[in-house]
Design a binder for this molecule. Structure first.
Ligand code: TPP
Ligand code: SF4
Length: 335
């Protein structure tokens, strides 16, 4: 790789590899967003490592001028764990897809999240297997027709943000490929967080699942179907900010209300976003149109729980590991 420049630009993070994604794929916008974010982080290029599994999304490390590892299907978290433990000074990022991270790799994703190693995990969710030509994935919406579900998917989809919270993730956020600015903010926050950060990025697969996110990306629909979370601010959304979220105390469920005007509730009655509230994060992660808007931004961030992030090893500990690895291949079992 080339030597790091004093103030790098996004283009400094573009590798010389020919990009092999389909024209119009959402992966391009995410790649750009990552390059822009990296340029602003101030991390020396030689300290950045992107580890991926298998899938269209997992090709991303090839296109970055950083260190990278295109590993095997579903196992990026395991390899990234080894990289981080081997050299805690490295800035480790995992790139995975909904198939890679939640089908074959679901188990590994769960454990890297609960162990809370300090790394950023970016899950590109296109609700389909792109690379292998469009089979349904664990996140496919019911009714999705594919070569493996010709009559439409019937299973309940996994919601990556809910999965991450359930696994004990201390940072969970969501972004969309069509909004690079908000994506950049979320990536910076994920990087700033010490511990395992999970960012779900909705990504349009223009070939096998086009318009899967139309409800939240189309002009005229997006404003009513999404809410941008801001810590400490009342939860308002809609084209004119005329809708809001309240908590129904009887059912402990979120509800949409009109805000202001003759029949609306005052802003003071709306829920205020609190990133540190795990119960609220669970409710926000589950919201879906048409009843509730999709929550975008930082759903949950617990900066206090740093367990798992202390991966530095003292020389004594390192010497003990070295002895274990090198003292021979034979053990005698007592008794
Ligand atoms: C052990 C193994 N099983 C199956 C495959 C085939 N395979 C490659 S990528 C993939 C799914 C990728 O889906 P996703 O992670 O959603 O990535 P996308 O291509 O949509 O970005 C599968 C099943 C494989 N490469 N290795
Ligand atoms: S198959 Fe889909 S996800 Fe894969 S490169 Fe093409 S558009 Fe992107």
């Amino acid at each position: 790789m080339t030597a790091a420049t004093a103030s790098p630009k996004p283009v400094d993070f573009a590798s010389d590899q020919q990009i092999r994604w389909c024209p119009g794929c959402g992966d391009y916008a995410i790649l750009k967003g990552i390059q822009k974010t990296l340029a602003g982080l101030g991390v020396p290029q030689e300290n950045l490592v992107f580890v991926s599994g298998i899938g269209c999304s997992s090709r991303l490390p090839y296109y970055l001028e950083t260190y990278g590892f295109h590993t095997i299907h579903g196992r990026a978290p395991a390899v990234a764990t080894g990289v981080k433990l081997g050299n805690p000074a490295l800035d480790v990022w995992v790139i995975t897809g909904d198939g890679d991270g939640l089908s074959i790799g679901g188990n590994h994703l769960m454990h890297v999240l609960r162990r809370n190693l300090d790394m950023q995990i970016l899950l590109f969710n296109n609700e389909i297997y792109g690379l292998t030509k469009g089979q349904l994935s664990p996140t496919s919406k019911p009714g999705t027709r594919s070569p493996t579900s010709p009559r439409g998917a019937v299973d309940t989809p996994v919601m990556p943000a809910r999965f991450a919270l359930g696994a004990g993730a201390r940072f969970v956020a969501r972004a969309v490929d069509t909004d690079p600015k908000a994506l950049g903010v979320v990536l910076e926050r994920a990087h700033e967080h010490r511990g395992a950060s999970l960012v779900e990025i909705y990504q349009n697969c223009i070939v096998y699942n086009d318009q899967a996110f139309a409800a939240i990306t189309q002009r005229g629909r997006a404003a009513d179907n999404t809410i941008r979370l801001r810590h400490g601010e009342p939860m308002r959304f809609g084209a004119n900010g005329d809708r809001g979220l309240v908590l129904d105390p009887a059912s402990c469920a979120l509800r949409v209300v009109d805000v202001g005007g003759e029949n609306g509730v005052p802003e003071s009655e709306l829920l205020v976003h609190d990133e540190r509230n795990a119960a609220l994060a669970g409710l926000l992660a589950s919201m879906q149109p048409p009843d509730l808007p999709v929550a975008l931004g930082v759903l949950y961030c617990d900066p206090e729980d740093q367990s798992g992030t202390d991966t530095e090893r003292s020389p004594v500990q390192l010497a003990a590991v070295d002895r274990l690895l090198n003292e021979g291949h034979v053990w005698r079992v007592a008794g």
